[in-house]
Design a protein around this ligand. Sequence first.
Ligand code: SF4
Length: 91
Amino acid sequence: MNSYQFNCSKCGSCCKNLHLNELYKELDRGDGVCKYFDEKTNRCKIYSTRPDICNVMNMYEIHFNKYYSLKEYIELNEKSCEKLKIINQKK
Ligand code: SF4
């Protein structure tokens, strides 16, 4: 078992800023918020079947393990997460 994993704080910032990344265009309900995001609970309505692009570890296994160590990849995701939280707080 590896010791690196992405620890989601469940803030919802990534699911509420999809307009910042073309990859998420199909999920954007039109205002940057995902059509599957439940604003009452701050959770994904389809979490167990969410697309791979929403699953940090799946994306590592499918694409990014060719380019980054798991540690590097997790750190990059954590940096992006922090930026999204700042963007979200300014709304
Ligand atoms: S599918 Fe779920 S995890 Fe992915 S952006 Fe939408 S609400 Fe977030």
